[in-house]
Design a protein around this ligand. Structure first.
Ligand code: MN
Ligand code: MN
Length: 284
Protein backbone atom coordinates (compact mmCIF):
# COMPACT_ATOMS: atom_id res chain seq x y z
CA UNK A 1 0.00 0.00 0.00
CA UNK A 2 2.95 2.28 0.55
CA UNK A 3 4.28 1.50 -2.92
CA UNK A 4 0.88 2.11 -4.51
CA UNK A 5 0.28 5.37 -2.64
CA UNK A 6 3.78 6.62 -3.49
CA UNK A 7 3.29 5.73 -7.13
CA UNK A 8 -0.01 7.59 -7.35
CA UNK A 9 1.55 10.59 -5.57
CA UNK A 10 4.48 10.56 -7.95
CA UNK A 11 2.27 10.32 -11.04
CA UNK A 12 -0.07 13.06 -9.82
CA UNK A 13 2.86 15.37 -8.99
CA UNK A 14 4.62 14.74 -12.33
CA UNK A 15 1.65 14.61 -14.68
CA UNK A 16 -0.77 16.93 -12.89
CA UNK A 17 -3.91 15.25 -14.23
CA UNK A 18 -7.27 16.98 -13.99
CA UNK A 19 -9.04 13.61 -13.88
CA UNK A 20 -7.93 10.29 -12.45
CA UNK A 21 -9.47 6.83 -12.14
CA UNK A 22 -7.97 3.80 -10.39
CA UNK A 23 -9.25 0.90 -12.48
CA UNK A 24 -10.10 -2.36 -10.75
CA UNK A 25 -10.20 -6.01 -11.72
CA UNK A 26 -13.71 -6.96 -10.58
CA UNK A 27 -12.94 -10.26 -12.30
CA UNK A 28 -9.30 -11.07 -13.06
CA UNK A 29 -10.24 -14.12 -15.18
CA UNK A 30 -13.60 -13.35 -16.84
CA UNK A 31 -15.87 -16.24 -17.81
CA UNK A 32 -16.21 -15.03 -21.39
CA UNK A 33 -12.45 -15.33 -21.86
CA UNK A 34 -12.15 -18.70 -20.09
CA UNK A 35 -15.07 -20.12 -22.11
CA UNK A 36 -13.34 -19.07 -25.33
CA UNK A 37 -9.94 -20.35 -24.20
CA UNK A 38 -9.79 -22.55 -21.05
CA UNK A 39 -6.00 -22.06 -20.74
CA UNK A 40 -6.49 -18.31 -20.21
CA UNK A 41 -4.63 -17.48 -16.97
CA UNK A 42 -5.21 -21.12 -15.89
CA UNK A 43 -1.69 -21.27 -14.43
CA UNK A 44 -2.56 -18.43 -12.07
CA UNK A 45 -5.52 -20.15 -10.43
CA UNK A 46 -4.73 -20.70 -6.71
CA UNK A 47 -3.61 -24.25 -6.03
CA UNK A 48 -2.47 -24.76 -9.62
CA UNK A 49 1.26 -25.00 -10.16
CA UNK A 50 2.82 -21.70 -11.22
CA UNK A 51 4.10 -22.24 -14.72
CA UNK A 52 4.63 -18.68 -15.89
CA UNK A 53 8.22 -17.52 -16.30
CA UNK A 54 9.48 -15.94 -13.09
CA UNK A 55 9.60 -12.19 -12.81
CA UNK A 56 6.79 -11.40 -15.19
CA UNK A 57 4.48 -8.58 -14.19
CA UNK A 58 0.77 -9.23 -13.54
CA UNK A 59 1.49 -12.21 -11.28
CA UNK A 60 0.02 -10.95 -8.03
CA UNK A 61 2.14 -11.74 -4.95
CA UNK A 62 0.19 -13.46 -2.14
CA UNK A 63 0.79 -10.65 0.32
CA UNK A 64 -0.74 -8.01 -1.95
CA UNK A 65 -4.35 -9.13 -1.78
CA UNK A 66 -4.98 -8.28 1.92
CA UNK A 67 -3.68 -4.77 1.23
CA UNK A 68 -6.24 -4.01 -1.47
CA UNK A 69 -9.08 -3.03 0.92
CA UNK A 70 -6.71 -0.55 2.59
CA UNK A 71 -5.70 0.86 -0.79
CA UNK A 72 -9.39 1.31 -1.64
CA UNK A 73 -9.94 3.07 1.72
CA UNK A 74 -7.05 5.44 0.99
CA UNK A 75 -8.38 6.23 -2.48
CA UNK A 76 -11.89 6.91 -1.14
CA UNK A 77 -10.63 9.15 1.68
CA UNK A 78 -8.42 11.01 -0.79
CA UNK A 79 -11.37 11.46 -3.14
CA UNK A 80 -9.78 9.57 -6.05
CA UNK A 81 -12.32 7.72 -8.20
CA UNK A 82 -12.25 3.97 -8.72
CA UNK A 83 -13.79 2.31 -11.77
CA UNK A 84 -14.84 -1.28 -12.27
CA UNK A 85 -17.11 -3.42 -14.42
CA UNK A 86 -18.76 -6.62 -13.19
CA UNK A 87 -17.32 -9.61 -15.00
CA UNK A 88 -14.43 -7.67 -16.54
CA UNK A 89 -10.75 -7.00 -15.91
CA UNK A 90 -9.14 -3.65 -15.20
CA UNK A 91 -7.75 -3.86 -18.77
CA UNK A 92 -11.34 -3.64 -20.05
CA UNK A 93 -12.20 -0.74 -17.74
CA UNK A 94 -9.17 1.17 -19.04
CA UNK A 95 -10.01 0.20 -22.63
CA UNK A 96 -13.62 1.29 -22.27
CA UNK A 97 -12.81 4.62 -20.60
CA UNK A 98 -10.10 5.38 -23.17
CA UNK A 99 -12.30 4.44 -26.14
CA UNK A 100 -15.18 6.59 -24.91
CA UNK A 101 -13.15 9.69 -24.08
CA UNK A 102 -13.86 12.73 -26.25
CA UNK A 103 -12.60 15.62 -24.12
CA UNK A 104 -9.16 15.06 -22.64
CA UNK A 105 -6.03 13.20 -23.64
CA UNK A 106 -5.71 9.89 -21.82
CA UNK A 107 -2.65 8.41 -20.16
CA UNK A 108 -3.14 4.80 -19.08
CA UNK A 109 -0.61 3.64 -16.49
CA UNK A 110 -0.05 -0.10 -16.41
CA UNK A 111 2.57 -2.79 -16.10
CA UNK A 112 0.47 -5.02 -18.35
CA UNK A 113 1.68 -4.98 -21.93
CA UNK A 114 -1.83 -5.92 -23.12
CA UNK A 115 -2.60 -2.21 -22.81
CA UNK A 116 -0.30 -1.45 -25.78
CA UNK A 117 -3.40 -2.11 -27.86
CA UNK A 118 -5.33 0.97 -26.64
CA UNK A 119 -2.94 3.63 -27.95
CA UNK A 120 -4.33 5.94 -30.62
CA UNK A 121 -4.31 9.55 -31.86
CA UNK A 122 -7.98 10.25 -32.58
CA UNK A 123 -10.36 11.62 -31.41
CA UNK A 124 -8.11 12.32 -28.41
CA UNK A 125 -4.55 11.09 -27.86
CA UNK A 126 -4.45 7.87 -25.84
CA UNK A 127 -1.01 6.94 -24.55
CA UNK A 128 0.35 4.17 -22.34
CA UNK A 129 2.82 4.75 -19.53
CA UNK A 130 4.16 1.22 -19.40
CA UNK A 131 5.53 0.50 -15.93
CA UNK A 132 6.24 -3.22 -16.30
CA UNK A 133 9.85 -2.55 -15.26
CA UNK A 134 8.95 -0.01 -12.57
CA UNK A 135 8.14 3.68 -12.56
CA UNK A 136 11.81 4.69 -12.86
CA UNK A 137 12.04 2.80 -16.17
CA UNK A 138 8.56 3.78 -17.38
CA UNK A 139 8.02 4.02 -21.14
CA UNK A 140 5.63 6.62 -22.57
CA UNK A 141 4.13 5.05 -25.69
CA UNK A 142 1.88 6.22 -28.49
CA UNK A 143 1.03 4.58 -31.82
CA UNK A 144 4.36 5.53 -33.43
CA UNK A 145 6.28 4.03 -30.49
CA UNK A 146 4.28 0.80 -30.41
CA UNK A 147 4.76 0.54 -34.18
CA UNK A 148 8.51 0.99 -33.85
CA UNK A 149 8.88 -1.28 -30.82
CA UNK A 150 6.93 -4.23 -32.25
CA UNK A 151 7.14 -3.73 -36.01
CA UNK A 152 3.38 -3.38 -36.44
CA UNK A 153 1.83 -0.87 -38.87
CA UNK A 154 1.76 2.69 -37.50
CA UNK A 155 -1.64 3.49 -38.99
CA UNK A 156 -3.38 0.99 -36.74
CA UNK A 157 -0.68 0.22 -34.15
CA UNK A 158 -2.99 -0.57 -31.22
CA UNK A 159 -5.25 -2.98 -33.08
CA UNK A 160 -2.27 -4.51 -34.86
CA UNK A 161 -0.44 -5.03 -31.56
CA UNK A 162 -3.37 -7.13 -30.34
CA UNK A 163 -3.29 -9.19 -33.56
CA UNK A 164 0.46 -9.71 -33.22
CA UNK A 165 -0.13 -10.85 -29.61
CA UNK A 166 -2.80 -13.34 -30.75
CA UNK A 167 -0.39 -14.93 -33.23
CA UNK A 168 2.66 -14.76 -30.95
CA UNK A 169 0.87 -15.91 -27.80
CA UNK A 170 1.67 -14.87 -24.25
CA UNK A 171 2.79 -17.42 -21.65
CA UNK A 172 1.98 -15.01 -18.80
CA UNK A 173 -1.70 -15.17 -19.82
CA UNK A 174 -1.82 -18.84 -20.90
CA UNK A 175 -2.17 -17.90 -24.58
CA UNK A 176 -0.47 -20.55 -26.70
CA UNK A 177 -0.19 -18.51 -29.90
CA UNK A 178 0.48 -20.22 -33.23
CA UNK A 179 3.15 -22.94 -33.06
CA UNK A 180 6.21 -21.90 -35.06
CA UNK A 181 5.30 -18.21 -35.26
CA UNK A 182 7.28 -15.83 -33.09
CA UNK A 183 6.86 -12.12 -32.42
CA UNK A 184 8.74 -11.00 -35.54
CA UNK A 185 6.90 -13.21 -38.03
CA UNK A 186 3.65 -12.32 -36.31
CA UNK A 187 4.28 -8.59 -36.74
CA UNK A 188 5.26 -9.05 -40.41
CA UNK A 189 2.10 -11.03 -41.08
CA UNK A 190 -0.13 -8.48 -39.36
CA UNK A 191 1.47 -5.75 -41.46
CA UNK A 192 0.35 -7.45 -44.69
CA UNK A 193 -3.32 -7.27 -43.81
CA UNK A 194 -5.74 -4.49 -42.97
CA UNK A 195 -7.61 -6.40 -40.30
CA UNK A 196 -7.75 -9.63 -38.32
CA UNK A 197 -10.69 -10.89 -40.40
CA UNK A 198 -8.72 -10.32 -43.59
CA UNK A 199 -5.78 -12.30 -42.24
CA UNK A 200 -8.01 -15.17 -41.13
CA UNK A 201 -9.80 -15.28 -44.49
CA UNK A 202 -6.43 -15.59 -46.25
CA UNK A 203 -5.70 -18.86 -44.40
CA UNK A 204 -8.48 -20.57 -46.36
CA UNK A 205 -7.80 -18.76 -49.64
CA UNK A 206 -4.92 -20.54 -51.37
CA UNK A 207 -4.79 -17.85 -54.06
CA UNK A 208 -3.81 -15.21 -51.48
CA UNK A 209 -0.04 -14.89 -51.89
CA UNK A 210 0.40 -12.82 -48.76
CA UNK A 211 0.79 -16.12 -46.91
CA UNK A 212 3.59 -18.50 -47.90
CA UNK A 213 2.64 -22.20 -47.91
CA UNK A 214 4.59 -23.01 -44.71
CA UNK A 215 3.03 -20.06 -42.83
CA UNK A 216 -0.42 -20.95 -44.17
CA UNK A 217 -0.09 -24.50 -42.87
CA UNK A 218 1.03 -23.27 -39.43
CA UNK A 219 -1.97 -20.94 -39.27
CA UNK A 220 -4.30 -23.69 -40.55
CA UNK A 221 -3.05 -26.05 -37.83
CA UNK A 222 -4.00 -23.39 -35.24
CA UNK A 223 -7.45 -22.73 -36.77
CA UNK A 224 -9.48 -23.66 -33.65
CA UNK A 225 -7.36 -21.27 -31.56
CA UNK A 226 -7.51 -18.46 -34.12
CA UNK A 227 -11.30 -18.78 -34.25
CA UNK A 228 -11.75 -18.01 -30.54
CA UNK A 229 -8.79 -15.91 -29.42
CA UNK A 230 -9.94 -12.44 -30.51
CA UNK A 231 -12.19 -11.58 -27.51
CA UNK A 232 -9.61 -13.13 -25.17
CA UNK A 233 -6.87 -10.74 -26.25
CA UNK A 234 -8.72 -7.60 -27.31
CA UNK A 235 -9.70 -5.42 -24.37
CA UNK A 236 -13.39 -4.62 -24.21
CA UNK A 237 -14.38 -1.12 -25.25
CA UNK A 238 -17.99 -1.57 -24.12
CA UNK A 239 -17.64 -2.89 -20.56
CA UNK A 240 -20.38 -1.73 -18.13
CA UNK A 241 -18.00 0.58 -16.25
CA UNK A 242 -19.19 2.21 -13.04
CA UNK A 243 -17.21 4.94 -11.25
CA UNK A 244 -17.72 5.31 -7.51
CA UNK A 245 -17.47 9.12 -7.75
CA UNK A 246 -16.63 11.88 -10.21
CA UNK A 247 -13.26 11.32 -11.87
CA UNK A 248 -12.26 14.97 -11.33
CA UNK A 249 -9.18 14.91 -9.12
CA UNK A 250 -9.89 17.11 -6.08
CA UNK A 251 -7.34 19.63 -4.79
CA UNK A 252 -7.90 18.47 -1.21
CA UNK A 253 -8.86 15.07 0.23
CA UNK A 254 -12.55 14.17 0.32
CA UNK A 255 -12.27 12.93 3.93
CA UNK A 256 -9.13 14.36 5.60
CA UNK A 257 -9.91 12.89 9.05
CA UNK A 258 -10.27 9.41 7.65
CA UNK A 259 -7.03 9.84 5.71
CA UNK A 260 -5.18 10.82 8.91
CA UNK A 261 -6.66 7.80 10.68
CA UNK A 262 -5.54 5.46 7.88
CA UNK A 263 -2.07 7.02 7.85
CA UNK A 264 -1.70 6.32 11.60
CA UNK A 265 -3.31 2.90 11.57
CA UNK A 266 -1.04 1.57 8.82
CA UNK A 267 2.12 3.62 9.41
CA UNK A 268 2.00 5.26 5.99
CA UNK A 269 1.88 8.91 7.09
CA UNK A 270 4.75 10.07 4.87
CA UNK A 271 3.21 8.44 1.79
CA UNK A 272 -0.18 9.97 2.51
CA UNK A 273 1.46 13.35 3.02
CA UNK A 274 3.14 13.07 -0.39
CA UNK A 275 -0.20 12.20 -1.97
CA UNK A 276 -2.00 15.18 -0.40
CA UNK A 277 0.79 17.54 -1.50
CA UNK A 278 0.69 16.12 -5.02
CA UNK A 279 -3.06 16.66 -5.25
CA UNK A 280 -2.70 20.29 -4.21
CA UNK A 281 0.11 20.73 -6.74
CA UNK A 282 -1.91 19.17 -9.57
CA UNK A 283 -4.79 21.57 -8.92
CA UNK A 284 -2.57 24.65 -8.64
MN1 MN B 1 -4.06 -8.14 -19.14
MN1 MN C 1 -1.22 -9.90 -20.14
Amino acid sequence: MRGFTDMVARLVADRRPTRLVACLDLDWRPAFRVEALPSYKAHRVPGEPETAPAGLPEIVPDNLEPQIPVILDVLAAAGIATGGADGYEADDVIGTLAAGERTDGVLAVSGDRDLMQIVRDEPVPVRLLYVGRGLAKAEHLGPADVSEKYGVPAGRAGEAYAEMAMLRGDPSDGLPGVAGIGAKTAATLVGRFGSWDELRAAVDDRTDTRLTPPVRSKLAAAAPYLAVVEPVVRVAVDAPVRLDRSDVLPATPADPDRLVALAERWGIASSIERLVKAMAKAAA
